[in-house]
Design a protein around this ligand. Structure first.
Ligand code: SF4
Length: 395
């Protein structure tokens, strides 16, 4: 029985689909009755979820998607009011994601009185031609940013994309300058990826219409340019893709990176519950199918698949998530779960990477240079984890 977990709620609606996106969402009109059916079903599921997990603490709630702001002010108010009945206390951090085209004053006004502390706005770029090239149709985010900054001073987060078609270093810096004018406390800087199954990846494979996409080397340079600009502006690079002003790191996402418990609601959402005593866990992922999720008998669980996280899987996940961050995997949680100290988990690789200046001397965390080559560190560390788990040198 767990006493503490964060809560993620997936809103599976978007105004329209962007060509690069592989998150689950369905493009529906503004007043689609599916949205009302979604809220009703979600609140029923919340009742079952919190009956099964009567939590004492919910440190953070994150409403993501999809596009939560596509629900509009009335429905988001119903969702927030409905969910609040199950929360033991006001969460320390309560985030709602939004997109420019649906972030008007009525929507923003519905949030704060209901405990929302943080608004995360999908900006991606101010450049209209780059937006159009990747099928992002929501329009210029400037006005929405200005409204959001007024409602959430100190609590505004925004996403930017690098590696967009036609983008150069000047354009990356121009996006950052424009965003900084709204004083966001938190910026996620993502490099565009060609996710399998997306229209952009299909076009790329067919050699159509994406000739302006930068080469992998240029894409790396663009992201590094953005990183350097954000650090010069005083943001701390505290996770592979995330930058924050002092004290503004995302509590909710930090709990994912530390592999602390989280529950979830909504199609395609996933929850992870860990038993600290045995160092094992269970992940439950709801099927990414809004219609199957909606069309259930009352009281019936949503369709989901369950995955057991055995000790070695959990160890690898704690490496995978923890080494993304400036702090590294949490040593106290590691020891509690696995009964041995974190430095003993992979001593050969730790010592090698430390000697190259890629792992910090004082703790098991990658240096800034080390984090840039996380993809090389993980396979080496996994191999040693596996050897020690199965060999006589374990645990
Ligand atoms: S608005 Fe966001 S969630 Fe929706 S399709 Fe675009 S990137 Fe994906």
């Amino acid at each position: 029985m767990i006493e503490e977990a964060s809560l993620y709620i997936h809103v599976p609606f978007c105004h329209s689909r962007c060509d690069y996106c592989d998150f689950y969402s369905v493009p529906v009109p503004k007043d689609s009755p599916l949205k009302d059916a979604y809220i009703a079903r979600l609140l029923q599921d919340a009742e079952f979820l919190f009956a099964r997990h009567p939590l004492r603490r919910v440190p953070s709630v994150y409403i993501g998607g999809g596009t939560p702001s596509a629900l509009g002010e009335g429905r988001i108010a119903r969702l927030l009011d409905g969910v609040s009945r199950f929360l033991p206390d006001a969460p320390l951090e309560y985030t709602v994601e939004a997109n420019g085209e649906s972030t008007g004053i009525p929507f923003l006004s519905a949030l704060k009185p209901r405990g929302v502390t943080r608004l995360s706005l999908g900006v991606q770029t101010f450049d209209g031609s780059a937006r159009r090239a990747v099928g992002r149709t929501g329009g210029d985010p400037t006005e929405a940013l200005s409204r959001a900054a007024a409602f959430f001073p100190g609590g505004l987060a925004a996403d930017l994309l690098t590696g967009l078609p036609g983008q150069d270093e000047e354009a990356v810096c121009a996006d950052i300058e424009r965003l900084l004018a709204f004083s966001p406390a938190h910026i996620s800087l993502y490099a565009l990826t060609l996710a399998e199954g997306t229209p952009l990846a299909r076009r790329h494979r067919a050699g159509r219409g994406v000739s302006l996409l930068p080469s992998p080397e240029t894409a790396d340079r663009l992201w590094l340019t953005g990183k350097a600009r954000l650090e010069r502006a005083g943001f701390s690079w505290y996770e592979i893709a995330n930058f924050a002003r002092r004290g503004a790191a995302s509590l909710h996402n930090t709990r994912y990176w530390r592999m602390e418990n989280w529950l979830s609601l909504g199609p395609s959402s996933s929850s992870t519950v860990i038993d600290d005593a045995s160092g094992t866990g269970v992940r439950r992922t709801v099927t990414a199918d809004l219609y199957a999720w909606l069309n259930r008998k009352p009281g019936e669980a949503p369709p989901f698949r369950e995955e057991a996280l055995d000790r070695i899987t959990l160890k690898k996940e704690m490496f995978l998530m923890g080494f993304r961050t400036e702090a590294g995997p949490p040593p106290e949680l590691w020891e509690k779960r696995f009964g041995s100290p974190l430095p003993a988990a992979s001593p050969r690789v730790f010592s090698l990477w430390r000697s190259r200046g890629l792992l910090r001397k004082s703790r098991a965390a990658l240096t800034k240079r080390g984090r840039l080559v996380l993809g090389r560190f993980l396979p080496e560390a996994f191999l040693e984890l596996e050897e020690r788990e199965s060999g006589p040198a374990g645990p």
